[in-house]
Design a protein around this ligand. Structure first.
Ligand SMILES: [Zn+2]
Length: 295
């Protein structure tokens, strides 16, 4: 094992020679306990030899150690690490801890030639498990990666509506495989460190990094983001029963009404992605919700 930096470890395959170079990351958001506990258990098992890398290489990455130690989404006085991987942020002199950390992570990923990275998260709002990636839904390398995850829903963002700011986007916009995996709601009893750990091991088996047969979850609802729906006026209120993440809504449905009584009506069948449900998150001119359709 090589310790490359705080929270960053590299394990080379016992057989030596070529093989897939895979990264498992967690703790980009320091309050997402299940993935962090799962990742730390994975790291300990690799260090103690209970798990052994067979071929290629494995990067284990506790992405934001400072935030994780404080059990906060980002470090005190810091920013969201998953907004710091934009080209412009990486190009300028870092001012904050997360900006510096993003630069260091990008450097390690380059140096080690990591080809596939699955970044493990969990959600703070109730909702189902899902995976996200930048390339189109049919992209073969990403179909292969997501088949190793239990999530039923996979969201692709080929037009980069999310802005190329995150760790998985850093990978995918450089021709590698990058998947952001939301392993489920933090309050869901199924979102345990054990469950997330099993998913990490399954990914590594799938690429031959660890021994064992992977389980394949090939049946997915693959959807693709096609537009952001901006908030047009003040005082927006969602219609009853509308506005859950990944909710499938029929064309013609009234999503909600603005303060002046105007309706926001869905033009065609769509899946709602990241609806701004809390009034304090709704801003005129900013996305009210992103819309996706079946790929
Ligand atoms: Zn997260």
């Amino acid at each position: 094992m090589e310790r490359l930096d705080e929270g960053i470890a590299w394990f080379a395959g016992a057989r030596g020679g070529p093989g897939p170079r895979v990264g498992i990351s967690f703790g980009v958001h320091g309050n997402e306990r299940a993935p962090i506990d799962a990742g730390e258990r994975l790291l300990a098992e690799l260090e103690q030899g209970a798990l052994q890398v067979r071929a290629g290489g494995l990067l284990v990455l506790l992405a934001n150690p400072r935030a994780s130690a404080a059990d906060r989404r980002w470090s005190e006085g810091g920013v969201d690490l998953n907004r710091c991987f934009h080209r412009d942020v990486l190009a300028r002199a870092p001012r904050l801890y997360e900006e510096e950390r993003a630069g260091r992570i990008a450097q390690v990923l380059e140096e080690r030639g990591v080809e596939v990275l699955v970044d493990f998260h969990c959600t703070v709002e109730p909702g189902e498990r899902f995976a996200m990636h930048h390339p189109a839904a049919a992209d073969e390398a990403h179909v292969r990666a997501t088949a190793l995850l239990e999530a039923e829903v996979v969201l692709a963002d080929p037009d980069l509506h999310f802005g190329a700011v995150s760790l998985d986007e850093w990978m995918a916009t450089r021709g590698r495989v990058g998947v952001c995996y939301e392993t489920g709601w933090i309050g869901d009893p199924r979102t345990t460190p054990e469950a997330v750990h099993a998913e990490m091991v399954n990914v590594l088996r799938g690429y031959g990094v660890l021994a064992g047969e992977p389980r394949l979850h090939s049946e997915k609802r693959r959807i693709q983001l096609y537009r952001a729906l901006p908030c047009a006026a003040e005082g927006f209120r969602w219609s009853d029963g509308v506005g859950e993440n990944l909710q499938e809504v029929a064309g013609g449905t009234v999503l909600g009404r603005y303060g002046d009584g105007r309706e926001e009506r869905l033009e065609r069948d769509a899946t709602l992605v990241f609806p701004k449900k809390r009034p304090e998150l709704v801003q005129v001119g900013k996305p009210l919700v992103y819309l996706a359709r079946r790929a």
